[in-house]
Design a protein around this ligand. Structure first.
Ligand code: HEC
Ligand code: HEC
Ligand code: HEC
Ligand code: HEC
Ligand code: HEC
Length: 197
């Protein structure tokens, strides 16, 4: 297991990895990190970020690398998606569980990972730009949907995030038709008060 991960991390020795696993603490996190194994589909090297869809983020964090190539589960970072209205955005501590050791294999990755470390050292949380959001008067509980549609349902609403170098909107979720169409198909309540209060 460790040897596979060491291969993925390229250059990080087994001692470094033992450190990563030790820092991470809880067994679930260690398990998750052990899952970060190589995939045959390697995320592409990207030189021109200007042409990517979606809002530019303060750090070029790539889902196609973390969720795609490294196969990290969505819930490793969006930790409350199955239990709360809000899916949760990972803290810097989650990132540093790996990035204390993983510094990047090419110059672009090194530059971006340095930003993660600098933010951590300065105790400055990263201000990610929000991609999906609803108007104040509408209410969306993630946990109800994950329970009913399953943990892999993210793609239904968000598209194939695991293949996105930068997250963009596949569906306009802030649209009553988008919600009601599926509620109608699945025979879920369409009472106004379910979504508006
Ligand atoms: C290593 C941590 C990590 C993993 C694993 C991860 N994400 Fe994320 N996700 C983030 C961070 C950080 C952001 C905010 C920055 C951004 O938008 O890229 C984010 C943003 C998002 C957003 C956009 C949120 C918004 O503002 O609307 C979606 C949707 C999302 N993730 C879905 C997923 C899905 C689906 C998976 C699994 C296939 C996944 N994420 C796996 C860390 C992660
Ligand atoms: C399970 C370990 C792990 C966790 C947790 C993790 N990363 Fe990474 N990350 C990696 C690996 C491995 C690479 C690939 C490094 C390389 O070979 O260049 C990487 C690459 C990166 C890169 C450079 C490539 C890119 O994505 O643009 C950035 C920036 C980055 N991570 C930011 C983050 C942030 C921010 C978080 C927390 C939200 C995070 N990482 C969480 C393991 C992790
Ligand atoms: C039925 C549609 C649907 C499904 C399924 C769904 N989402 Fe969402 N997601 C939304 C909507 C709608 C919003 C905007 C919510 C808001 O503004 O209150 C959102 C927002 C988000 C955000 C941004 C939250 C923030 O605080 O910035 C993340 C991250 C996210 N979703 C991740 C996920 C993940 C991971 C999954 C799968 C485990 C998932 N979503 C499944 C509809 C969905
Ligand atoms: C892909 C299908 C799908 C989409 C799209 C969808 N929903 Fe749902 N929604 C469901 C299902 C299935 C349930 C039933 C969950 C259960 O039985 O607990 C549900 C339940 C709900 C509930 C709880 C209902 C109750 O009886 O308490 C709310 C609130 C809700 N959805 C809001 C929304 C909003 C707002 C949107 C659009 C942003 C949306 N949904 C989009 C499938 C969907
Ligand atoms: C399944 C969730 C859901 C249900 C059920 C629902 N809505 Fe909505 N509604 C939304 C969402 C999401 C929006 C998008 C937010 C926006 O456009 O401002 C919205 C928008 C609206 C708007 C603003 C539209 C606009 O163009 O500004 C009104 C008015 C509205 N809904 C009334 C209702 C009424 C009346 C009912 C009951 C017959 C109802 N809604 C049922 C989710 C829902």
């Amino acid at each position: 297991m460790m040897r596979t991960l060491a291969f993925v991390l390229g250059g990080v020795g087994a001692a470094g990895l033992a450190a990563v696993l030790a820092i991470s603490g809880t067994p679930t996190q260690a398990q998750q990190q052990a899952k970060a194994t190589a995939d045959s589909t390697t995320a592409p090297a990207i030189v021109d970020t200007g042409s990517l869809k979606g809002p530019r983020q303060p750090i070029f964090f790539r889902h196609d690398i973390h969720a795609g190539q490294l196969k990290m589960q969505c819930q490793y970072c969006h930790y409350s998606v199955a239990v709360s209205t809000e899916p949760g955005i990972p803290s810097m501590q989650t990132c540093m569980g790996c990035h204390l050791v993983v510094s990047g294999s090419d110059s672009s990755a090194k530059t971006e990972i340095k930003k993660v470390r600098d933010a951590w050292n300065a105790k400055q949380p990263v201000e990610w730009v929000r991609v999906h959001f609803l108007a104040r008067h509408a209410h969306f509980p993630h946990q109800r949907h994950i329970k009913a549609l399953g943990p892999s349902a993210c793609t239904t609403c968000h598209g194939d995030v695991a293949r996105m170098p930068q997250v963009f909107k596949v569906n306009n979720v802030n649209n009553m038709g988008f919600c009601v169409t599926c509620h109608l198909e699945r025979n879920v309540s369409r009472d106004c008060s379910v979504c508006h209060y």
